[in-house]
Design a protein around this ligand. Structure first.
Ligand code: AMP
Ligand code: GLY
Length: 424
């Protein structure tokens, strides 16, 4: 099989390394890819949102299967376009990807089908949103831009003044463009967060092993929100009892709800959950694999991922047993100095041979090969990942790896997994 993967981050690198393990696959291409992916797949300079470009590339390389990993091309309908030209794909169609593409859609879906989530109201007028926040007078509160916003469309104001500023930024200054035409104002929930990625063919849903993201830039969950500074799997808060409750009250009802709306979801559905004192609730849905959750979940997958992709396409996922490695997995992100604010690019990375280091797997996110050197090319640069018999073992290996890799300005959190260890 010849497989094309669309995207360029650590998530895509983890997908490609897993696809490479399949005996069915003899060629992998990626667009646009990155400096580390280039060691595992042939990279082509076609942008991940260039639908016509990706369809042409799929034809040119005679792809048998196309995996669309990022949210924006899914929401824009890349899978629909590929299917129209006869390509087999992994990823939802646009009418199902809306579960991530519009917070208003997903909140209304949960309300209609009784799926537990934070209480909310939708506004298309900033004055009305502000009046509602004033009347409620409960802080912190949560304000979310309706559309995609590079994971930055959520603000959690502590005061009324901050809330007014937030509503204005999103709805009047349009810092997230048209994504801010509407906002969701919702109740602030508390409790540990759990990420659960799930395979679904629209008929059944098979959750993968759980994980925990670390979204803030600095140790102790301080600093700005990022795309994710590290992950661990499993997540100790996701007990068997919680898993059972999630299946009954969240996972199956979501699959049924999407079918009932004529929007059958096929692919990987990401459940961002909060385990509140009143039980698990949905914080967000994503229509794709999480980043950096994928980097700790896929190394634990023992079943051939291509078999899973094919079973989803033929809607026979219920017949396939999916097996997982019992070991723990951890990923520590090394980021560029300054990230998540502005940061320099083109800084040389040393300590790796052909992009890798023994004892760990290095998933590349923002790297580039330039004049025979590996250099930084993004905010999140590398995800240093290890399996271990225990969470402690895996963390030790990840951090040993981090210490052997160097680029000027590199920063990483030193407490990835600390909360998971404290929970045990
Ligand atoms: P999202 O982009 O929807 O995942 O939101 C980003 C982060 O904001 C989440 O991971 C949570 O930590 C936080 N968050 C979102 N919604 C809520 C909520 N209703 N209550 C508390 N925290 C929230
Ligand atoms: N790590 C969060 C996400 O992929 O959206």
């Amino acid at each position: 099989m010849r497989v094309l993967v669309v995207g360029s981050g650590g998530r895509e690198h983890a997908l490609i390394k897993k696809i490479k393990e399949s005996p069915k696959v003899d060629y992998i291409a990626c667009c646009p890819g990155n400096g580390g992916i280039a060691y595992d797949a042939e990279c082509f300079p076609v942008g991940a949102t260039d639908i016509d470009g990706v369809v042409s590339l799929a034809k040119e390389i005679k792809a048998d299967f196309v995996v669309v990993a990022p949210d924006d091309p899914l929401v824009m309908g890349m899978v629909d376009a590929l299917n129209e030209k006869g390509f087999a794909t992994f990823g939802p169609k646009a009418n199902a990807a809306i579960i991530e593409g519009s917070k208003v859609f997903s909140k209304n879906l949960m309300l209609k089908y009784g799926i537990p989530t934070a209480e909310y109201k939708v506004f298309d007028n900033p004055q009305e949103a502000i009046a509602y926040i004033k009347e409620k007078n409960e802080f912190p509160t949560v304000i979310k831009a309706d559309g995609l916003a590079l994971g930055k469309g959520v603000i959690i104001p502590e005061t009324f003044e901050e809330a007014v500023a937030g509503v204005k930024e999103i709805m009047e200054d349009k810092v997230f463009g048209a994504s801010g035409n509407k906002v969701v104002v919702e109740e602030f929930l508390t409790g540990p967060e759990v990420s659960v990625l799930a395979f679904t063919d629209g008929k059944c849903v098979k959750p993968m092993v759980s994980s925990m993201d670390h979204k803030r830039a600095l140790d102790g969950d301080k600093g700005l929100n990022t795309g994710g500074m590290g992950t661990v799997s499993p997540n100790p808060y996701y007990t068997e009892a919680v898993a059972k409750e999630c299946m009954e009250t969240i996972f199956l009802p979501t699959i049924h709800a999407m079918n009932a709306e004529g929007r059958t979801f096929k692919g990987c559905l990401y459940f961002g959950l909060m385990i509140t004192p009143k039980g698990p609730k949905v914080i967000e849905y994503n229509c794709r694999f999480g980043d950096p959750e994928t980097q700790v979940v896929l190394p634990r997958l023992k079943t051939d991922i291509v078999d899973i992709f094919e079973a989803i396409n033929s809607e026979t996922l219920s017949d396939l047993a999916i097996e997982w490695d019992e070991r723990a997995c951890t990923c520590v992100i090394m980021a560029s100095g300054g990230y998540p604010k502005s940061y320099p690019k083109g800084i040389e990375i040393t300590g790796l041979t052909d992009g890798q280091l023994s004892g760990v797997t290095v998933y590349h996110a923002g790297t580039k090969q330039q004049d025979g050197k590996l250099v930084t090319a993004g905010g999140r640069v590398l995800g240093v990942t290890a399996l271990g018999d225990t969470l402690e073992d895996a963390l030790q290996k990840s951090y040993d790896g981090v210490r052997q890799i160097h680029f000027d300005g590199a920063h990483w959190r030193t407490d990835i997994g600390a909360r998971a260890l404290a929970a045990k």
